[in-house]
Design a protein around this ligand. Structure first.
Ligand SMILES: [Zn+2]
Length: 175
């Protein structure tokens, strides 16, 4: 046998050995998780990652194998995002800081009427919610040039349409 084919066989043997180790680690990790053995899940999941890195570094695989734990990670990510949204919502409702004011046109939040009635937000490049009353007043003056003086109002606090939308999105991902 030539040196070259011996080397190829050696690499193939290593690849098989590492892949077998990874399969075992994956199986043990998932079995642990299924049994609420979180420490063991962490141990085997980390082992899998280590074998994957090793196989890549040794050049026995061309690119890392996709993680068999991605599904679980995605569930956790979705939960984290929902939690983050709820924190923002709570902060908004508890303190008006950062959500100082919003614009109302004929009694409705500007953003609520945007699509079907006015289209002014994109046309004038303005927003409904504002950090401060001052900033909302600047937008109010811009809008008044288009829709008349008596129709535009600045209201303190977060826009109720925005808050409702945020809450609805938070609830959806809870399912
Ligand atoms: Zn709004």
């Amino acid at each position: 046998m030539t040196d070259q084919s011996t080397e190829a066989l050696r690499i193939e043997a290593m690849r098989l050995a590492l892949c077998q180790k990874m399969d075992e680690a994956e199986e043990k990790a998932i079995k642990s998780l299924a049994g609420y053995k979180f420490y063991m899940f962490g141990y085997w999941a980390a082992a899998w990652v280590k074998y994957n890195q090793l196989a890549k570094e040794m050049g026995v695989i061309e690119k890392n194998r996709p993680s068999p734990f991605a599904e679980f990670v995605n569930v956790a990510k979705a939960r984290t995002e929902t939690a983050a949204r709820k924190v923002i919502l709570r902060e908004m409702l508890e303190s008006k800081k950062g959500h100082g004011a919003y614009i109302e046109i004929k009694g409705d939040p500007l953003c609520e009427r945007e699509g079907n009635v006015y289209g002014l937000m994109s046309k004038l490049n303005v927003t409904c919610g504002h950090e401060s009353v001052d900033s909302a007043n600047r937008t109010k003056r811009k809008l008044e040039r288009h829709s008349g003086k008596d129709t535009v109002r600045v209201v303190e606090g977060p826009c109720p349409a925005y808050v409702a939308d945020l809450a609805a999105r938070g609830d959806q991902t809870d399912d």
